[in-house]
Design a protein around this ligand. Structure first.
Ligand code: 7MF
Ligand code: ZN
Length: 880
């Protein structure tokens, strides 16, 4: 707990470690009342260290020190200093062994960092700085050591004992205890250490690598989850094959293990050879998991597996370089998902997240570059900017170099830095060296925060047949950064003629074989491009595939957007045009009189989407999703959330009323026939089915209510069951809603992942998620303040998705969130800090809301003993 103001850590203060660790020998004695950790480090002075006589300083957190010995001799009390967060040994030889014994209490560890207990099993989470909660150690990623780990525990309570690498020894001990020893041959930073002990069932499979080595694949789950492993195991095998085929990367150990735990702060963790997953991100069955969950699991399993190269074999020098492994690995997992399904749909999903949430972060008080220059608490920097914008930055390198040179670059990066802890700059350098391209200006993407805005204007010179496009870039100020330099932006575009035909893009008159799509490179503040041989004014299709994480401003007419929506050869831009049109229509209705007309051409366009089965149904399913409230807020200034909510609902109801018969036909056409499968076609079909249903339930249609009730009770899969539940819950009929919620809970109360869905559906709903109903959910027997998933599914979903209720003009939503953040701050500061996010966006809202949001932030600020995690977020938000 904090006693004084937290320190800021600066990248510019980076120094190489004073001591290196060659090997770590760990012995864990696990008991119900605590755990004793014996650690023997073989240390030597770093020849590259700047300060030769520096004392040995090891990090520690919440440890009880039992003994310290140097080369086998216990140290006298004056030979070392136990500073609580540091163990300092004043004078040490150039090379020595240090043995430290600590006592910890995993059963009381509610922060879920270090070693803790989750449903009766021991497990660990060490990234970023959790290893220091286990034993004293130089807890920084540039100290890489070979680990040997012996785990001792009761055989009956903990038959399965796991750590990184290979099991090299096992046996019986007195008192019904047993041990297993694990050895990891690859040096690694301590954040990749993992330990699991529990009564788990094992699921086995195997994988033959490209060089013919046989790998043992093992999943460990609680017995009740034994039948929910197949999808993750299949995803793992697909990931392993894909990384061989696309990156030439083979798995390096003989065993690869996955463990599922119920209490986990994050989604999953890439510990070497022993990935640990939040149960909700790995367990799935037809009956309990939605299509979204199936897709998420495949992506997360891939993400953690891909870290074996991008993160583990080549790791980060310091935590400022976090995006080195996270941005690259998110890029890799999105390429993988794209290859496994529809590239356009995957791109739409990624861009939706980026534009809604990352752009908001980039415009808020916590804005930071992909490679930050300072932080207080590193856990707060596992952000959308590090992950998603970081992935976009890698993607832009891929776009600029093309796939072949990019692969040459990644080969060089892995070869050059295998076994090292490096920087984002080393990554860019490898890409430069392999391709011969100069990425000097491009590096600004890592250093400058904020979302660049491209302002585009055009004119057509009919006499010369020249279409001119001007592009100006501007990067807004962010906390601590102003007057930014122009960045190197790949800007993909095409031009469409009057019949929708793609025009050749001649950058000079008479150019032969000009392509119909180009990636222009913006490097200056302003660029003018001339396209020759154009007969009539074209419609520009800008920033195709979302070729850079920027905002584009161009004065599109609704005519042009409708044209692009049906004609653009780039599926992504067809979707984008539809979104821009819907945004324009909805925002123009905010605060408008009840009887204001709603753009009739929007109805026509949607009618066409719903009724034409020849269109790509996966894309249609995406195009039918109206822009979210969160995105509409992101595009607004002085947002009045209830008014935005109402405008959006009005458009939805109007569409549903106008297209009632088409929606009914769409519903019938997409009813399932045959067995449940999770293919892109089937997913699109279920998505259309459930979208049609939810729209129809917004207009109090008797027939639709009956269809929903039937789908709810007869569905053979969770996507359709939950789709029906959501539609019923969001309808105006209390009876239907309560009956469905009760039946659903009755059936699935013993499945925590499904109960989390049940909480979320209610917390996100205006009808079921009023503040008094939220309080009732918090008192529900299935709710558990110690379980992060439960907290997120009620408190997080309410504040992040039930926006009209959260932004109640009386401020009750904000007050509620402040209260829950304060309650969680002592037990789990990482989760508490994440929950604050919605309040940090106060600048986006109309003045009356802002004042109430700041009052809630101040209330959190004034809580005694505030954690460093929440302190940083709250103080930066209030300083803005
Ligand atoms: C896919 O990055 C994309 C992102 C850190 C924990 C997993 O592997 C990770 C861990 C956080 C936020 C998002 C993700 C992860 C973490 C994640 C997971 C799957 N190294 Br915090
Ligand atoms: Zn990751």
């Amino acid at each position: 707990m904090r006693t004084n103001q937290p320190q800021t850590i600066y990248l510019s203060d980076y120094r190489v470690p004073a001591y290196l660790v060659d090997t770590v020998d760990l012995r864990f004695e696990l008991f119900e009342e605590g755990a004793r950790v014996h650690s023997t480090l073989s240390l030597r002075r770093n020849p590259a260290a700047t300060e030769p006589g520096a004392p040995l300083e090891l990090d520690g957190d919440s440890l009880r020190l039992e003994s310290v010995a140097l080369d086998g001799n216990n140290l006298a009390p004056d030979a070392y200093e136990d500073r609580g967060d540091q163990l300092v040994v004043h004078s040490v030889p150039g090379q020595f062994e240090l043995t430290v014994v600590t006592w910890i209490e995993p059963q009381n560890n509610t922060r879920l960092e270090g070693l803790y207990k989750s449903s009766g099993m021991f497990c660990t989470q060490c990234e970023a700085e959790g290893f220091r909660c286990i034993t004293y150690f130089p807890d920084r990623p540039d100290v890489m050591a070979r680990f040997r780990t012996r785990i001792e525990a009761s055989r009956q309570a903990y038959p399965v004992l796991l750590s990184n690498g290979n099991d090299v020894d096992r046996g019986e001990l007195d008192g019904g205890r047993h041990f297993v020893t694990w050895e990891d041959p690859f040096p690694k930073p301590c954040y990749l250490f993992a330990l699991v002990a529990g009564d788990l069932v094992e699921k086995r499979d195997r994988f033959t690598t490209m060089s013919g080595r046989d790998i043992d694949l093992r999943m460990y789950v609680e017995p009740r989850n034994a039948e929910k492993c197949d999808h993750a195991m299949d995803s793992l095998k697909r990931s392993m094959r894909w990384d061989e085929e696309v990156y030439g990367r083979e798995y390096d150990l003989d065993i690869f293990m996955i463990v599922a735990v119920d209490d986990f702060n994050m989604g999953a963790m890439e510990n070497k050879g022993l990935n640990i997953f939040n149960s909700s991100c790995v367990l799935a069955s037809q009956d309990t998991a939605t299509d979204l969950a199936f897709q998420r699991i495949e992506a997360i399993v891939a993400h953690e597996y891909f870290h074996n190269w991008s993160g583990n074999r080549v790791t980060c020098r310091d935590w400022f370089q976090l995006s080195l492994k996270e941005g690259f690995t998110v890029f890799r997992d999105s390429q993988f998902s794209s290859d496994m399904g529809s590239p356009t749909v995957k791109r739409i999903e990624d861009v939706t997240l980026l534009r809604t949430a990352q752009f908001a972060e980039d415009g808020g008080p916590m804005a930071h570059p992909v490679r930050p220059a300072s932080y207080m608490e590193i856990s707060n920097f596992y952000t959308l900017t590090i992950y998603e914008k970081g992935a976009e930055v890698v993607r832009m390198i891929h776009t600029l170099l093309g796939p072949d040179l990019f692969r040459k670059g990644s080969d060089l990066y892995f070869e050059r830095h295998d076994g090292q802890a490096v920087t984002t700059d080393d990554f860019v350098k490898a890409m430069e060296d392999a391709s011969g391209r100069d990425l000097g200006q491009f590096r600004l993407w890592y250093e400058q925060a904020g979302t660049p805005v491209l302002t585009v204007s055009d004119d057509f010179d009919e006499a010369r047949g020249v279409y001119r496009l001007s592009v100006e870039q501007c990067i807004p100020d962010t906390p601590g950064q102003s007057r930014k330099k122009p960045q190197h932006i790949p800007f993909a575009l095409g031009l469409l003629g009057g019949d929708g035909e793609p025009l050749p893009l001649l950058l000079a008159a008479g150019e032969k074989n000009a392509p119909v799509e180009r990636v222009l490179e913006l490097t200056d503040e302003v660029h003018h491009f001339e396209f020759h041989g154009v007969r009539e004014k074209p419609v520009p299709s800008l920033l195709r595939h979302f070729s850079a994480p920027v905002r584009v401003e161009y004065p599109w007419s609704r005519e042009q957007l409708l044209f692009l929506m049906s004609h653009d050869p780039d599926g992504f831009n067809r979707w984008d045009a539809g979104q821009r049109l819907a945004v324009d229509v909805i925002l123009s209705l905010v605060g408008a009189p009840e009887n204001a007309t709603i753009e009739p051409r929007l109805v026509t366009a949607y009618r066409q989407l719903i009724s034409d089965p020849e269109l790509d149904q996966a894309l249609v399913a995406k195009m039918l999703q109206l822009p979210s409230e969160a995105y509409l807020i992101e595009l607004s200034e002085d947002a009045d959330v209830p008014a935005i909510h109402q405008a959006r609902e009005r458009v939805l109801r109007h569409l549903a009323l106008s297209l009632r018969d088409e929606l009914m036909a769409c519903y019938q056409r997409n009813l399932s026939s045959g067995d449940y499968v999770v293919t892109p076609e089937a997913i699109a079909r279920r998505s259309l089915l459930n979208t049609a249903l939810s729209w129809l339930l917004m207009i109090n249609d008797e027939e639709a209510r009956a269809l929903a009730a039937r789908q709810f009770s007869e569905a053979d899969n969770m996507t359709d069951r939950l789709g029906a539940l959501r539609a019923l819950v969001n309808s105006d009929y209390d009876g239907d809603r309560n009956q469905a919620l009760a039946a659903f809970y009755q059936r699935f109360q013993n499945d925590p992942q499904v109960v989390e869905q049940w909480f979320s559906v209610q917390a996100a709903s205006q009808q079921a998620g009023s503040l008094s109903q939220i309080h009732a959910l918090l008192r529900h027997p299935a709710f558990d303040w110690k379980n992060p998933n439960k907290v997120r599914s009620v408190v997080g979903v309410f504040a992040g998705q039930n926006l009209a209720a959260f932004h109640d003009p009386d401020g009750s939503g904000y007050e509620f969130l402040a209260e829950q953040v304060c309650r969680l701050d002592d037990s789990n500061p990482q989760i508490a800090a994440r929950l604050v996010t919605p309040l940090t966006r106060w600048k986006k809202f109309a003045p009356a809301y802002r004042a109430l949001m700041k009052a809630a932030l101040e209330r959190i600020r004034d809580k005694p003993g505030l954690s460093r995690d929440v302190y940083e977020v709250v103080h930066k938000s209030l300083a803005d």
